[in-house]
Design a protein around this ligand. Sequence first.
Ligand SMILES: [Zn+2]
Length: 61
Amino acid sequence: MVKKKQQKGGTKQKGKKVPKGTKQRQCRICRARRGIIHRYGLHICRRCFREQAESMGFKKY
Ligand SMILES: [Zn+2]
């Protein structure tokens, strides 16, 4: 006997397409998903950017 679990449309789906895996765009440091800066391939949020900016050579404006 082989039990096949085929459930389409689970209770976790709410209509939005949520990408699975590690390709979620979020801050590499604090893993926040708000205010992510993709410039220069940083992929970090604004708050962490300010902290990293000095060590990375960016000057404050
Ligand atoms: Zn961050």
